[in-house]
Each structure stands twice: as C-alpha cells, then as structure tokens.
Ligand binder design. Sequence first.
Ligand code: SAM
Length: 239
Amino acid sequence: MTMPQATEQFDVSSHFDDSLAAKYDRRIRLFCPSYDALHQMIVPWLQSLPEQSAFLSAGAGTGAEIITLGKSFPSWRFVAVDVSPDMLSACQRRATEAGMANRVAFFNGRLQEYLSPAPFDAASSVFVSHFIKGRDEKLAYFRSIAANLKPGGLFILADLFGDRGSSEFEQLLNAWILSYAAHGVTAEELAQDRAHVERDVAFIPESELVALLREAGFSTPVRFYQTFLFGGWVSTKNV
Ligand SMILES: C[S@@+](CC[C@H](N)C(=O)[O-])C[C@H]1O[C@@H](n2cnc3c(N)ncnc32)[C@H](O)[C@@H]1O
C-alpha cells in the first residue's frame, strides 16, 4: 500500500496534550520497540564533550533524552524546549523526580522561536522534525538548531524517514505495523495510530534529510540507528 503525502501542518501542541503526555511513555515504547536503546545509543557520541557541557533537547517531550543523559553526565546542564505545555510539565516532573531540577531549564514554545544567549555544546531532536511538513519549514527548524550550537557542536537527530514510493518503505511499514499490533493494541488504537502516521508524518528519503542538514550548516550525518522506519543520525555544526 502506498501512503498519501500529508500537506497540512500537524498541530503538535494539541496532539501532545495532558492525556497524551500521560500515555506517551507507554505508547512510544510499543511504537518504537528500541526507544530506550536509542537514548542509550546517543550517550557514546557525547562522551568526548567537556565535563561541564550544556545540552539542548529540542522537542524534549516527557524528558527521555534529558533523564538518560543527566545520569550519564552528572555535571551537564540542560534546556528542554517543547511547544506542548503538558509534555513540558511532564518533563519537569520527571527531572525533579530524577533529582535534576537544578540542572534543567524549560522553554515552552517552538524551537524555531528559541535562541539561547549562550550556544550549546550539543543538541538532540528525537522524533520531532518528522512532524514538520514542507522543505522550507524543516530547513528553518534545522537552522534554528544550528543557531543554538557552538561551531563544531554535536547534533543528534532521530526521525521517521523513508521514500514513500519505494518497496523498501512499504516492507518496513508493514513490518512496523505488525510489530506494533503484536503488543496487543486494540484494533481501534491500531487504526487510529496508523491514520496518525499517514496523516501527520512528513516522511522524506534519507538523501533529502542529508541535504537539508548540510544546507542548515551541518556536516554529512552518520546514521547510527535504525528500527523499521525510525532512523538516528549524528552530525556536527560546521566550524
Ligand atoms: C514524539 S514527541 C518526542 C519527545 C522526546 N524527544 C522523546 O524522545 O520521547 C515530539 C515532541 O516534540 C514537540 N514538538 C513538535 N514540534 C516542535 C517544535 N517545532 N518545537 C518544539 N517542540 C516541538 C511535541 O510537542 C512533542 O512533545
């Protein structure tokens, strides 16, 4: 089956509302079976950074990156940016529970409207930019990340990706849906989630993602992670 290309921007702030924030931590692990592994796999890319680094989590959600990285790098400081107030308050609760309240600052708004007075050593954007439709809009998002990084700063990107017209895409999509269904989700949830993916995710082939990152001022990214249609890349901001 070929998926139609969605056109209208997905309203992330109302989608990731309080009820979804509460369900998010369970459902994302059904959706992406290697979700926790992905966050663990980010750690080694950051190990050479200074002991007092500053880290930007773009689309921080309920705080998975910040909590994992906060444990691995106990002297780092973090800024969590998220357009959804409910996801951000879930993130704040989790940071407090993890004893990180004094190391995390919060910005409620779009990353595209955020500019830190002091640039960061590294940044992540995990499962965020695949919701942004349109080449110019995606480029503006990646440029905002670059604007917030030091020259040579590290950028970890994870997103759904793929060439919708290809047979590889179709095979991966079908396997992904079967994997999700195997967790015992109801037929109603399955139909809703499939419709959400088809309507709200702006898939692009990896070659386009690479071109966008390069145009935004990053080095050619290295893919270090893939699970079905989820990919993860590491890149650095050009010096
Ligand atoms: C699927 S969640 C991912 C959360 C987290 N990064 C994780 O790994 O679980 C996507 C998050 O990005 C936020 N978001 C989407 N577009 C955004 C934007 N332009 N600026 C800031 N946050 C955004 C949403 O509100 C949501 O909390």
